[in-house]
Write a protein that binds this ligand. Structure first.
Ligand code: IPE
Ligand code: IPE
Ligand code: MG
Ligand code: MG
Length: 324
């Protein structure tokens, strides 16, 4: 799947979204402007604004409100990444050093807070209290999900349900919020709004499963972020759950997970990552992602039969086939 083909019908709108993202508010503190520009210019797939724009094109050709919504969700996403990289102690994002490698944790957290506020300001440009409500609730859900994950790290008990609850909150909620709010703003009927929400949810789950797979078998240069970091931190994701199910007895992965985080040697981490890579856990995880993508695609069937509907279909395909 070629992402540029998916983005083609929304190229002009996406340029407007970029302009809005890059436009600093009046009297912004110059270090914040520089940090934000750096982060936004370093890339990013822009999947969430693409979802907002493609969705709206099912109902309307152009709407300023949707441009604001698309910019708001990307800004919100960017803010969560700034905080996530502090939490995960990550040094690389979108191929450039993270803010937390250059600023103190305190300053980085404040910068993230600032971006959240900018996201809220952008969302308010939709002039739609219902959209603001969905937006605020989504942010509450993401924070709860990240906290849940934080307190689950390095705990020897893992369940499938736990995993799905976590990724639903930290990732899928923003996707479902984006599709739902965009449909609402574009004038979709209630049934369609529900279908869009469901599609967004499944897309988000598939997207995060693949992110978790790429943490095992992705390429750092291509991803622009470190690999193998989930297991190093004691974070149990879907590939690990599949692996542990198949290897109930002693194995390098359980061994690693039972060690204290500071005690995990690079060799032990590499060995555990390799064990998962060599097992069928990767294929099984990708098959689950494909199931969610397909389920999401089925939700599209009742929506208006406009050409962009096919692009939403392709977007789900991209989510599961991507290498970055
Ligand atoms: C990374 O999101 C965080 C997840 C929820 C998996 P993306 O993979 O969309 O990150 P960018 O925006 O393209 O860098
Ligand atoms: C995404 O999960 C978390 C957010 C919602 C910000 P990850 O922690 O897996 O994202 P990456 O892998 O660092 O991009
Ligand atoms: Mg992370
Ligand atoms: Mg990840």
């Amino acid at each position: 799947v070629d992402i540029s083909q998916i983005l083609e019908p929304i190229r002009q709108d996406m340029a407007l979204v970029e302009a809005k993202l890059h436009q600093p508010p009046p009297r912004e503190y110059e270090l914040l402007t520089a940090a934000t520009q750096h982060l936004l210019s370093s890339g990013g797939k822009r999947i969430r604004p693409a979802l907002a724009l493609l969705t709206s094109h099912l109902y309307t050709d152009h709407s300023e409100k949707i441009i604001a919504l698309a910019a708001a969700v990307e800004m919100l996403h960017t803010a969560t990444l700034v905080h996530d990289d502090v939490i995960d102690n990550a040094f690389l994002r979108r191929g450039i050093p993270t803010l937390n490698t250059q600023w103190t944790p305190a300053a980085t957290i404040l910068a993230g807070d600032y971006l959240f506020a900018r996201a809220a300001e952008l969302a308010s440009q939709t002039n739609d209290t219902h959209v603001l409500d969905i937006f605020a609730r989504t942010l509450m859900t993401i924070c709860s999900g990240e906290l849940r994950q934080h307190f689950k790290k390095n705990q020897p008990v893992y369940t499938w349900q736990d995993y799905y609850e976590r990724i639903e909150a930290k990732t899928a909620a923003l996707f479902s919020c984006t599709a739902e709010a965009s449909g609402m703003l574009a004038g979709a009927a209630e049934n369609d709004v529900q279908a869009l929400h469901d599609y967004g949810h499944d897309l988000g789950i598939a997207f995060q499963i693949v992110d978790d797979v790429l943490d095992f078998e992705g390429n750092k240069d291509r991803l622009g972020k470190p690999v193998g970091s989930d297991l190093a931190q004691g974070l149990v994701t879907l590939p690990v759950l599949h692996y542990l199910e198949q290897h109930p007895n002693d194995n390098p992965v359980s061994e690693l997970l039972h060690q204290a985080e500071q005690q995990r040697s690079p060799q032990a981490i590499a060995q555990a990552v390799e064990a998962v890579r060599q097992s069928s856990a990767i294929q099984l995880s990708l098959a689950k992602a494909a199931d969610f993508a397909q389920h999401g695609q089925e939700k599209l069937e009742t929506l208006p039969d406009r050409p962009v509907r096919q692009m939403l279909h392709e977007l789900a395909q991209f989510a599961i086939q991507r290498q970055s």
